[in-house]
Structure formats: C-alpha cells, structure tokens
Design a binder for this molecule. Sequence first.
Ligand code: F0G
Length: 355
Amino acid sequence: HEPNPGVIERYRAYLPVTDRTPVVTLAEGWTPLMPAPRLARALEAPVDLYLKVEGANPTGSFKDRGMTVAVSLALESGARIVACASTGNTSASAAAYAARAGMRAVVLVPKGAVARGKLAQAVHLGARVLEVEGNFDAALRLVRELTAALPIRLVNSVNPHRLEGQKTAAFEVCDQLGCVPEFVALPVGNAGNITAYWMGFREYQARGQIDRLPRMLGFQAEGAAPIVRGAPVPDPETVATAIRIGNPASWQRAVEARDASGGRIEAVSDGEILSAYHRVAALEGVFCEPASAASVAGVARLAREGFFRGGERVVCVLTGHGLKDPDRAVGEAPPPQVVPDELGAVTGALEDLLA
Ligand code: F0G
C-alpha cells in the first residue's frame, strides 16, 4: 500500500502542471466513497446510494483539491501572497497550502457569518483574516479588486486552476466505483464545484476512461437559491453558511452542467438540510457540515417525488466535515444525560436500548 501522493501526482496527466511545478501538497484527495444502504432505506430512496466523504481531506473540505493546484502554480509563477473571499472552507484551505508553501494568505470573510471552526482554523494556519462588513458576494467583489490592484494571487474558484484541481473528485468517483454513477448530487454555493465535477466527467470521457456521463444534481438552500429562482438574492440566509451565496461566480457554467447532463438544480429548506445532517451521521457514521447535507436532502426530496426509477447509482458529495461548525453541532445535539457514579444508574439510563 502506497501512501496517498495527493491529487497532482495521482492525476498529473490531467492537470496544468509541468516537471518544473513545485508540488505543494498535504496528501489531499482519494477520500472514501462509502456505500450508504441504511441511509437510502431511511430516505425511502430506491437507489444504490454512496457518500463521497470530502471532509476527510486534510483541512476538512473538498477545497484542498483545488488549492494544491492553485497554490503550486502561484508559487511556480513567483507569487508570495494568495488571497480569497470565503464562507470559511476556502479560507482554511488557502491558509494551509500557503503555510505549506512558505507563502502568506489573506482571506476576506463575511462578518459574523462564518462557522467558528473555519475561522479559527484559518487563523491558526497563519492567514491574515479580515472580516468584511458585508456578505460573501461583497467580499468576493472586494478581493477581485484587491488582487487586480496588487501583486496578490486570487485563489477563489474564478482562478481556473482551482477547478482543474477540483475536477479530480469526478475522476475518483469513477475510479473508486469502477463505473460511472447515474447521478452525482452536490450542494451549490458559488457553483464552482458542480462546474468542476462536470468538467472532470467530460474530460474523463474525452480521454477514453469512461464511456458515458452522469446526470448532475445541484442543491441550493431555499434562502440562498439564486440559480433556482433565476435572479440574484441580495440577502441570502441559511443555516448552511458555507453556501450562503446570493450571486454565484460560476452561475452560468452550473446551468450548463445541469442542462448538458440532463440534471436538476433545486432548493432544499433549512429543515430538510438539518434532518439530512442528523440522518447521515446517525445512520452511516459520517458527520458532515450542514451545507454538505444539502446533497442528501436533495436526493431525499427527489426520492419523495418519485424521481428515481430504482437501482440507479447515486453519489452524494459530502463536501465538508461536521466539526467545521461547532456551534451548529453543539446546538443541534441534545445535552448528555447526567448519571450518578453507580452501575444501577447507568443500566437504568440504558433501559430503552436494552429492551
Ligand atoms: N459545501 C461546502 C462545505 C462549501 O464550503 C462550499 C463552498 C460548497 C459546498 C459549495 O461549493 O461554492 O463550489 O458551489 N464554500 C466556499 C468557501 C464558497 O468559501 O469555502 P461551490
């Protein structure tokens, strides 16, 4: 068993790197693809369900796939500072890869709207964190202006190197499953990831690795669903703070991925997201963050509507780790029962389990 070399070495032939590119890696990628039969049964989804556990990446989200490529190429080109706007995960990832490369990271986050684990992570990883008095869309506009005016490399997904790295997740799904799933479901925020997956599948087909394409299912939160509504949302709101975005940068390309694949982009409510968040953890042992659960909530919704014919392989991408958002994790968990230091009390507390 070889150690994981990271996505650049694993998929070098598909990436815009050369022998001269200094590879900045934290051994990202090759994350688990896990069958989820208990979850499928609970959702009454008559499908062969899989979870792509992207929270298993080094900084706890899929962003690491794009960041290894973006930071490696930034380093090669002589950049010393990278910058991004972020709802949290991109900032933690940029900070980690910049630290690894001996570079500095500047991150602009919407004030008071980022899960605390992500913010603390970025600070520990050495980033300069600025809280913008505005939402993510404002932060993205500002960081575009900043990086246009100064010698700072933009590492949001509007940097094409990010999507190049992220497309490796599509390759992995095919390589791990040994075939092409009928559907791939994922949460949609800035719409970079759905774009990257679609790029990846198409490229794998063009290179003869697969002979057909999956249908792409994207899910936005109801209060932050500009693509579903067909208009920007000025004040996006959702418990899934990672995808609280009102004007996605890759909007058009996400629509193209949906239409070209015969897929869907739909909205799910915060209630549906939190219900999926609980169920994935309790039924399959995978704790993801609320935004990630939007993929499962969406598949549950489609199953209820009778969308699936039965037997299709469906991959839900769980984009980030549950501990990223400790406030939500603690807030949604009933406090433990306190018992006296006495065996009878312990067995008494477990009566319902043992019945
Ligand atoms: N899931 C998680 C956990 C995310 O952090 C994000 C995006 C998405 C889904 C949506 O992916 O934007 O490519 O459509 N997070 C970005 C960030 C915006 O700044 O960390 P997308």
